[in-house]
Ligand binder design. Structure first.
Ligand code: ADP
Ligand code: MG
Ligand code: ZN
Length: 482
């Protein structure tokens, strides 16, 4: 019996608001523990939450970005459980009537095909606090509670179980992240915890419709962990099915060090939470005008941008997909093209993807931190195109631009890197080279056309790389045909 993996992801992203979901406390990351709390977010009795308008707007954007229907009437619900990082003993979340539902995300699978992953819902909820069990490397024999994170707004995006491999799950996650970053609704930084993911994994015989029993994996703190834990879980469940015959429904924790999932608790059912409508908050009512306004404020999303890059700039699908992967990168490219002209789009793209991204990667900087401005990059590409400098000299100039932030023309002038274009000088070098390489000349005249390459090489050497190689070639051919 061949088994097929079935995966559904629950993704939490922290929405980019200045204040928390139901109070005015700051959401800034990294502050002194418990310095950003008040009676509301620390769960005192008798206080009243007031909804943050911005959080609703960001959630609506998230929903529209992945094609969801947005509810014009939506309510909050209490999700009840006890844990020391949750002082109210309930989380304000949404259950029935979430803000967004029935969306889809299109991913490109390994064989290049497009696949739609249905999104069940995106709802708004508050985060819990954080427990500290160690200070730096020192393990504590007690735990500390930090409520700075308590009540920070989260969007929870729940996929349908439409993913069928660890790679598809990974692609889904990176595609979702890219869209949310384009929408500027979240940093989506897994390291800082602003994007978190739980993976639900089950197996079923190929061809069957009915879902198998799933395990939910928590504690995934990198994209790599998502992929590896699912792979591990598929292997584990395959073995269980082949030996004991039955997977138990449970929540499992991913151990990044050991590369295994371990059982944490039997999976709770949603009725265990005793969801009920939050009595302290009125329903969210959104007007058609409001939704239309948010819709018009949406930026161009990656898919559309890709198509436009291919048609407007004559780029390949591959080039376009590299450039659109991050919005700041796509912006950088378009600024450079604006400065250099559409005719230079392809060489500009090449310089960005090869040289610029290469050097940025090697010093772990992002495109937003590039010391080379888009205008300077365009200028450099134009200098090559006009044959003012050779491609080889351009690479040197580029490294200096990166280090000194100077314009390429300045560097070219200061270092005397301009190609020698005057025919007389080049002719002199050609005559010299011909005299010095009688064997190559003889071979060339005897019909071996490639032999001219070594003579061109010598001329280039004499010019210290500054001669225009095309011109050298022409002049040599002219002299040798005499
Ligand atoms: P909860 O985890 O709160 O019980 P749901 O039942 O809504 O919530 O499911 C959560 C996630 O688990 C969804 O992404 C869904 O696609 C996925 N899922 C549900 N059943 C299965 C299954 N049998 N195998 C794999 N994923 C599943
Ligand atoms: Mg769940
Ligand atoms: Zn507060």
């Amino acid at each position: 019996m061949t088994l097929e993996p079935v995966i559904g992801l629950e993704v939490h992203v922290q929405l980019k608001t200045d204040s928390k979901l139901f109070c005015r406390c700051s959401t800034a990351f990294g502050a002194e523990p418990n310095s950003q709390i008040c009676p509301i977010c620390s769960g005192h009795p008798g206080v009243l939450p007031v909804l943050n308008r911005k959080a609703v707007e960001l959630l609506v954007k998230a929903g529209l970005g992945v094609g969801c229907e947005i509810a014009t009437h939506s309510i909050f619900a209490r999700k009840q459980y006890f844990y020391p990082d949750l002082p109210k003993a309930y989380q304000i979340s949404q259950s029935d009537l979430p803000l967004a539902r029935n969306g889809k995300l299109t991913i490109t699978t390994a064989d290049g095909k497009l696949k739609d992953i249905r999104i069940n819902r995106i709802h708004l909820e508050e985060d819990a606090g954080k427990l500290l069990h160690a200070i730096g490397a020192r393990e504590l024999d007690y735990s500390l509670v930090d409520l700075n994170r308590s009540s920070i707004p989260l969007a929870e995006c729940v996929s349908e179980p439409d993913l069928n491999s660890p790679e598809e799950a990974y692609t889904y996650l990176t595609t979702l992240k890219s869209i949310f970053q384009y929408l500027d609704i979240s940093d989506c930084d897994m390291e800082k915890g602003s994007l978190r993911c739980d993976a639900n994994v089950s197996l079923r015989p190929v061809g069957h419709k009915q879902l198998g029993t799933r395990a939910e994996i928590k504690n995934l703190n990198s994209f790599k962990a998502v992929k590896e834990s699912i792979l591990y879980e598929i292997k584990r469940q395959t073995e269980v099915l082949n030996t004991q015959g039955r997977v138990i429904q449970e929540t499992r924790l991913w151990d990044d060090q050991k590369g295994v999932t371990v059982s944490m608790r039997s999976k709770e059912e949603s009725h265990d939470y005793r969801y009920f409508p939050e009595p302290d908050l009125i329903p969210i009512q959104l007007t058609k005008e409001y939704l239309a306004d948010v819709r018009t404020s949406l930026p161009e999303l990656p898919d559309k941008k890709k198509v436009r890059f291919v048609t407007d700039y004559k780029l390949t699908e591959y080039d376009a997909s590299v450039l659109i992967a991050e919005r700041p990168l796509a912006n950088y490219f378009e600024l450079a093209v604006k400065a250099g002209g559409v005719a230079l789009a392809k060489p500009i793209c090449n310089w960005i993807t090869n040289e610029l991204l290469g050097i940025l990667n090697s010093c772990t900087r992002s495109i937003s931190q590039s010391p080379v401005s888009p205008e300077h990059l365009a200028e450099l590409v134009a200098l090559i195109q006009k044959r003012t400098i050779t491609g080889k000299a351009a690479k040197e100039v580029f490294v200096e631009m990166f280090e000194t932030l100077q314009s390429p023309s300045k560097i070219v002038d200061a270092r005397g890197l301009k190609t020698v274009g005057d025919t007389a000088t080049i002719e002199k070098w050609c005559e010299e080279a011909i005299a010095e390489m009688p064997k190559a000349v003889e071979e060339y005249k005897g019909g071996k056309e490639r032999a001219i390459g070594s003579i061109v090489g010598l001329v280039m050497k004499k010019s210290q790389g500054k001669a225009n190689p095309q011109l050298v070639n022409q002049i040599l051919q002219k002299i040798l045909s005499r």
